[in-house]
Write a protein that binds this ligand. Structure first.
Ligand SMILES: [Zn+2]
Length: 382
């Protein structure tokens, strides 16, 4: 049983022509539905699309019965692509798939979707045994993992599998941080900057004071924090009345993450106090609203799990020096883990993703397909 590399490449190139950025995934949702049905899968589309703003109906799932008794093995990838992905002109050069430099390639994550389809096609064509397979294609991974957040896992009978996303198949990602995003609104008091600046409170100065006391950037080996957006001000002659800051903090150490958030809030509280003053006999003070939202939960899969040992052993059989790795960013896996699904991430050979220089390493793409075929085919769990 062998992967048909040419057929897989042809399908991948066909997929690059589909324009389906985050929040506009309907064409890709429909394409995967159609392809999975063609392969004989029982297809289910959940209603995640109703729960956030997208053109799509939902995440696409499928089940293929298999020829032996086992729990299903789940193959996952995401349906959305970052912009610009309109009129992608993919071509093959020196063992790479590249674009003409005006769009992304979209191998993140169509290369993953192409592998899933080719692996199932190969298994179905062969006369060899394989276990039940389930497919989970999510919406809006790039836009904040909203597909995964509203993923209806009740269709799936399996509890573990892999997500095909990320760069090299030499890495199996099992750890990724928990992340919060923040929006901090500072309300000062407007006043004429030329006539009566002492009667105002500059939201900018309050923010500057708070930030000057704040630890940001790399906090420790596992924790980082950043303020990335600042919006405020209406005129050079007005003491700035309002300012909004946006930022985030991530860590693989949960107590350290909570400590950092607390620290950031305290710095704003201190600044609030320092800018409290009396004007015309009245006490005025800035108001600080600190809004915090979970961006994604922690991913922490033990390397001792049988699934991880199994994947590493299959990689070894394919002469891939695969290692378990931690990543500084989040994946659908983080969110799906909170729904009871264990899905480490395997790289599929795309590089410089999220840029117009994105390219796919054909050797690694084929290798990941071979490995995925092996992982699925030999998986047994009662
Ligand atoms: Zn991706």
């Amino acid at each position: 049983m062998k992967i048909n590399y040419d057929r897989m490449m042809k399908q991948f190139i066909e997929m690059t022509k589909i324009d389906a950025t985050s929040y506009e995934e309907l064409p890709m949702q429909q394409y995967m539905e159609k392809e999975l049905k063609k392969l004989g899968g029982k297809v289910y589309v959940d209603d995640a699309g109703k729960k956030f703003k997208t053109t799509a109906k939902g995440n696409v799932m499928a089940r293929f019965p298999g020829t032996v008794k086992s729990k299903p093995f789940i193959l996952g990838a995401h349906l959305d692509t970052v912009a610009p992905c309109k009129n992608v002109k993919a071509s093959i050069k020196n063992g790479k798939v590249v674009t003409d430099g005006t769009t992304v390639l979209g191998a993140d994550d169509r290369a993953g979707l192409a592998i899933i389809l080719e692996v199932i096609r190969t298994l179905k064509e062969s006369k060899e045994d394989y276990p039940p397979i389930e497919v989970a294609c999510t919406l809006c991974e790039e836009g904040g993992m909203y597909g995964a957040k509203f993923f209806d896992a009740s269709f799936l009978q399996g509890k573990e599998g892999i997500i095909l996303d990320d760069q090299t198949p030499k890495e199996l990602i099992v750890n990724a941080p928990k992340a919060y995003i923040f929006e901090i609104k500072i309300t000062g008091k407007a006043s004429h900057a030329g006539v009566s600046p002492e009667k105002g409170i500059s939201a900018l100065e309050v923010a500057a004071k708070a930030i000057s006391m704040m630890k940001l950037g790399r906090i420790d080996k596992l924790t980082v924090a950043n303020l990335g957006i600042i919006k405020g001000g209406t005129g050079t002659n007005i003491v700035m009345p309002e300012l909004v800051l946006e930022g985030e903090a991530r860590s693989r150490n949960l107590p350290a993450l909570e400590k950092q958030v607390k620290h950031m809030k305290e710095c704003f509280k201190k600044a609030e106090k320092l800018f409290t003053k009396k004007v015309d006999g009245k006490t005025i003070k800035p108001k600080i609203e600190f809004r915090q939202e979970l961006k994604y939960p922690l991913l922490n899969i033990s390397p001792k799990l049988p699934l991880i040992k199994y994947i590493l052993s299959r990689a070894k059989a394919h002469k891939i020096d695969m290692e378990t790795k931690s990543c500084g960013g989040g994946f659908d896996s983080n969110v799906l883990a909170s729904k009871g699904l264990i899905m480490p991430i395997i790289g599929i050979g795309y590089y410089d993703n999220h840029t117009v220089k994105e390219w796919l390493d054909i050797k690694e793409f084929n290798k990941t397909a071979d490995l995925t075929l092996d992982i699925v085919k030999n998986y047994r769990k009662q």
